[in-house]
Design a protein around this ligand. Structure first.
Ligand code: ATP
Ligand code: MN
Length: 480
């Protein structure tokens, strides 16, 4: 049997049964005969207080362990579960035994060999900056903030799978290594086993490297999106989704971009843009509701210490009826307002996040879905409208953030898709497999993409995307 988790111990009635607590020491307060040790095991926000009574007959072994114990140490405490006189907790452990499993010294200690030094435990009781914690990303899950982010990330992953599976979707594992650049969604990481010297030797007559000598016999990349592959499965399984890692060599040092991040991409056959809009709204409400219900303690913490108003905006989205507006009408709204924008809006330009925030916060007063964007600013696979100028694209905008979801109805007409690819300078030959979906049994289909870390940022209010993924990969950063 597995040892009890603190979250389960805290839910037990205080009937003086004996419990064993395993975890890491957050604080130790020494008050003459009484010593209070707070132990946390990551299972829930709260730790459990273990009270040691020196006068109450601690054995000498426990007495010694208690002296050596400090913040960060791993322990196993045995004692009786009793109701707690302290505020903010219903039970505590009246401890009788203590095993110090692993020390965490509060001062530097030199080791027997070079490289075996033990520096003072870096996570002392005081508040540490997020920048500092990023440098010790292997220890930061032991803090309140990262424990809470980790639990939310995990539970939201499960809620996402639950939503799709309950609604008849199949989870598809799309490849991480691909040969197409999937729509030119972003800068690519190349995957190659050619050593730089071999690459230099394998120059083609006209210049360029001969990738027929490379591992896959062609040029390959880390995927930027699983959408095109997901479409193939949607046109066989009707409702599918991907949820996996994607990569972009984004050379931008922003708080919203990672080089490696996780993306959720549902794709639905027999669904037009309106159905896709319904799905996006229903999905977001389900996920935010799950956060409010299943991570209430964590959200309260983020609302109080990270960004005020988090819970209120999530509730607002859950209870709202999402507004709909076309891109053309959205531009009209932006042009007629007296609000000042850094980028002047005009038809044909992509919406900047200042425009998106204005539309959701000032025009719609809640979540809004913008549809039918000019084809020039959207990907090749989006369904062309009869006006020949706009495509069946949709962006879901939410207060406080702007765009959270981007999606579209896909072009299902073979000739139109072919002509659009040629128009955009793509080589239809390379996408022959993708065009086959329009050659054989083509159907109306739609889908969207959602960056998982952006979703977690929205739910937690964490400002920097590097703080909502365990080990961030970004320009100049691939530690651990
Ligand atoms: P942005 O304009 O923010 O760079 P994008 O238009 O490049 O986003 P898409 O190509 O539509 O984004 O990708 C789908 C989703 O993936 C985005 O809505 C966003 O949530 C997420 N995303 C895109 N790039 C990144 C990145 N570098 N790091 C984390 N998430 C990302
Ligand atoms: Mn981008």
């Amino acid at each position: 049997m597995l040892p009890l988790l603190i979250k389960d111990i805290l839910a037990l009635p205080p009937q003086s049964q004996e419990v064993k607590v395993s975890g890491w020491v957050r604080t130790k307060r020494d008050m003459k005969n009484l010593v209070f040790v707070e132990v946390n095991d990551g299972s829930c926000f709260a730790g459990i207080q273990c009270t040691f009574d020196r006068a109450g007959g601690l054995n000498s072994f426990a007495e010694k362990a208690l002296e050596a114990l400090a913040t960060g140490a791993s322990v196993e405490v045995t004692g009786k579960l009793v109701s707690s006189p302290a505020s903010g907790q219903s039970v505590e452990v009246s401890a009788s035994e203590l095993r110090l499993l692993g020390e965490a010294p509060a001062d530097d200690r030199s080791g027997k060999y070079p490289g075996l030094d033990v520096k003072a435990y870096p996570l002392q009781k005081k508040r540490h900056s997020l920048e500092f914690l990023r440098e010790i990303a292997h220890l930061r899950p032991r803090t309140n903030t990262f424990g809470a982010v980790t639990r939310i990330r995990s539970r939201m992953s499960f809620a996402i799978h639950r939503y799709f599976i309950q609604n008849g979707f199949h989870y598809i594992h799309t490849p991480i290594i691909t040969s197409g650049d999937a729509e030119g969604a972003g800068a690519l990481f190349q995957v190659t086993t050619l050593e730089p010297e071999a690459a230099v030797k394998n120059i083609l007559p006209g210049g360029g490297i001969d990738h027929s000598k490379d591992f896959f016999g062609r040029k390959t990349f880390l995927t930027v999106s699983g959408q095109l592959e997901a479409e193939t499965y949607a046109l066989a399984m009707s409702r599918v989704y991907t949820f996996g890692p994607t990569f972009r060599a984004e050379n931008s040092n922003t708080v919203r971009h990672l080089a490696e991040f996780w993306m959720i991409e549902p794709e639905v056959a027999f669904a037009a843009l309106e159905d896709n809009m319904f799905l996006a709204e229903d999905f977001l409400k389900y996920i935010f509701n799950a956060a409010l219900e299943e991570c209430a303690d964590e959200l309260e913490f983020f609302d109080a210490h990270v960004e005020k108003g988090i819970i209120e905006t999530l509730k607002q989205v859950v209870n709202a009826k999402f507004a709909h507006i076309t891109y053309t009408d959205a531009i009209k709204e932006l042009e007629k307002t007296s609000a000042v924008f850094e980028f002047k809006p005009s038809w044909g330009c992509d919406l900047q996040s200042e425009h998106e925030k204005y539309l959701t916060e000032k025009v719609a007063g809640g979540p809004v879905i913008v549809t039918d964007y000019p084809k020039e600013i959207k990907a090749f696979y989006m369904k062309l409208n009869n006006d020949n100028k706009t495509v069946r694209a949709m962006d879901v905008l939410v207060p406080r953030l702007g765009e959270i979801i981007g999606g579209s109805q896909r072009e299902d007409n073979l000739e139109k898709l072919y002509l659009r690819m040629v128009e955009m300078g793509m080589k239809p030959d390379e996408y022959s497999w993708y065009l086959d979906l329009r050659r054989y049994g083509s159907v109306v289909h739609s889908g969207f993409g959602l960056g998982f870390e952006r979703l977690i940022q929205y739910i937690t209010g964490m400002a920097n995307i590097r703080d909502v993924i365990p080990f961030p990969r970004a320009v100049g950063q691939a530690n651990f």
